[in-house]
Design a protein around this ligand. Structure first.
Ligand code: SF4
Ligand code: SF4
Length: 299
């Protein structure tokens, strides 16, 4: 199914210290590059433009997607055979969001407003949303982070653990990392368990981003993928963008995605497509975001 990483807004109700998007409404900074976001399309526009890619699977992220005022209306109008997933800090109003087409709700816990977070999680769970909790492991406070992970697990949630994004911290070989990695054996989803991450991939790889998968930014710019949105140039605008015809070579300086969705040309099938990529496309955003975080520590 055609997959769209959809960032309808870069605004957020929080200002986390490790966030690339904390500059607010006018843009964000990633890899030392400032991106201006001058406008946000409304939900009717997006619905109309996405129509050509039906059926599609949307991965909402941002910014905080619930800050986008068109969110509930958009969700209520998603066409048949289309579905969605979201990563949200889950601190805004979650009532009256239809759950029917939601495949995954990842609630990022930011050590803020815990009572409200838990209340919203209960609402979502009771309404049948497939929820999980992501906990950011802070290097200087591992003990409390692990306690939070166990706490949410005890409430019956699947828990993902991500390392804190901080260019001044190297987790490699540390006791903190050993403690986080050990949680895997206890059933936690420890995201990105290679330290240092294995990014030594040569250029000249190809991938399906831009053909079966795109990243849509608030102002309507369309990029091949999340890495390209952070570092590269857009393919075009949602009104008239032309998708690629086949898997294509990529010159994006970010090779953080390489392990999962690039492959040498010799591994492509007869249509020039990478079957491993096709099978794993639904997991693109989660992996991409985490790799992006890790890559950012190298710039
Ligand atoms: S909740 Fe997410 S998007 Fe918002 S400031 Fe924190 S890290 Fe950034
Ligand atoms: S950065 Fe990675 S996912 Fe994006 S177009 Fe290049 S190879 Fe594909």
């Amino acid at each position: 199914m055609f997959t769209i990483l959809f960032m309808p807004t870069m605004r957020c109700n929080l200002r986390c210290s490790y966030c690339h998007f904390k500059h607010g409404q006018n843009g964000f900074e990633a890899y030392g590059k400032f991106h201006e976001i001058s406008s946000e399309l409304n939900w009717q526009n997006w619905l109309q433009y996405f129509n050509r890619w039906r059926p599609y699977f949307l991965e909402f992220t941002g910014g905080e997607p619930l800050m986008w005022k068109g969110f509930k209306d958009f969700i209520a109008h998603i066409p048949t055979r289309c579905s969605w997933a979201i990563t949200s800090n889950t601190l805004l109003d979650v009532t009256s969001i239809p759950s029917k087409k939601c495949k995954s709700w990842t609630a990022s816990y930011h050590y803020k407003a815990k009572e409200k977070f838990e209340k919203n999680m209960e609402i979502l769970k009771a309404r049948g949303f497939p929820v999980s909790v992501s906990v950011v492991a802070k290097f200087g406070n591992i003990k409390d982070c692990i306690a939070e992970a166990f706490y949410f697990s005890s409430l019956g949630y699947r828990v993902n653990i991500l390392r804190e994004l901080n260019p001044n911290i190297n987790w490699e070989g540390t006791e903190q990392w050993r403690q986080i990695a050990a949680l895997k054996a206890k059933g936690f989803n420890v995201v990105e368990d290679d330290i240092p991450p294995k990014y030594d991939f040569p250029k000249g790889f190809v991938c399906l981003a831009g053909k079966n998968y795109v990243c849509a930014m608030p102002d309507g710019k369309i990029y091949r993928c999340y890495s390209q949105a952070m570092l590269g140039e857009p393919m075009g605008n949602i009104e008239n963008v032309e998708l690629l015809n086949r898997a294509s070579e990529c010159n994006c300086p970010c090779l953080g995605c390489a392990k999962d969705f690039q492959s040498p040309k010799k591994k492509l099938n007869k249509n020039g497509e990478d079957m491993k990529v096709i099978n794993r496309i639904a997991g693109i955003f989660k992996t991409s975001l985490d790799r992006f975080y890790n890559r950012s520590t190298k710039v």
